[in-house]
Design a protein around this ligand. Structure first.
Ligand SMILES: [Zn+2]
Length: 238
């Protein structure tokens, strides 16, 4: 288990850490700023810098087998890291910040489209949610307008924790049918956007939804009987 620094501060771009283990999947550290693929959000990329200044690109980040463990995947052509060595970690911040803005945008959009969420994905250039809904009820122009009106409220986001028992008592909090909130530690992390959304989420979010600036709907299409997909991008993104 590694100290997950992004969980308390999603804006941390860099940190020092020590190599704990090196195995065929990648490298585990005592602490990390790299978010591992999960909850639909892509794993971070970036680099780790050795004490001699050598930069080793990190091409992906995944969850490890143990609870709260994180596997950093180095570029395969890079020199092998050694257990015990001290590193400086640097995430690709432009990429992560786009992920944070899009991820938070999905929270807002999930309050505009009122239907069970059956899937979702966030990549640096676009994000999507799948809904169990009649596709005729999905109107791109309306989703865009209403989501952007909520974003314009410029509300600060909050992170809180509740116990597994409290969550069991409030099943309405769980909108996502395909991704159950991470359990196992006796408590579950919630993202709160006051007046807009409250749901379990372990991902990284912006501090204020104004940082999203705005979204546009790229397309709406059917991906199956219970999956009507709404794909979005940030306003100003290519
Ligand atoms: Zn989230």
């Amino acid at each position: 288990m590694s100290e997950l620094l992004f969980r308390d501060d999603a804006y941390l771009k860099s940190a020092s850490a020590r190599v704990r283990a090196v195995h065929e999947r990648g490298v585990e550290l005592d602490r990390t700023v790299f978010y591992p693929l999960g909850g639909g959000q892509a794993g971070d990329m970036g680099a780790v810098v050795r004490s001699d200044g050598t930069r080793i690109p990190i091409i992906d980040t995944r969850k490890g087998e143990a609870f709260d463990s994180v596997v950093h995947v180095p570029d395969p052509s890079a020199p092998r890291l050694e257990p015990g060595e001290e590193l400086t970690l640097e995430i690709d911040w432009a990429r992560r910040y786009a992920l944070m803005r899009l991820h938070t945008a999905l929270h807002v959009m999930s309050c505009v489209v009122v239907a069970p969420v059956t899937g979702g994905n966030i990549s640096p250039d676009k994000a999507r949610l799948d809904f169990d809904i009649d596709i005729n009820l999905l109107n791109a122009e309306k989703i865009e307008r209403e989501t952007n009106a909520l974003i314009a409220r410029a509300v600060a986001t909050e992170t809180t924790w509740i116990t597994d028992e409290e969550l069991d008592a409030r099943p309405e909090l769980v909108k996502t049918m395909s991704v159950q909130p991470p359990r196992g530690a006796g408590r579950v992390r919630l993202l709160k956007i006051p007046g807009i959304d409250l749901q379990p989420c372990g991902g990284t979010h912006v501090r204020n939804i104004a940082e999203i600036e705005g979204i546009r709907v790229l397309r709406i299409r059917s991906e199956g009987k219970r999956n009507k997909r709404v794909e979005i991008a940030l306003v100003g993104a290519p």
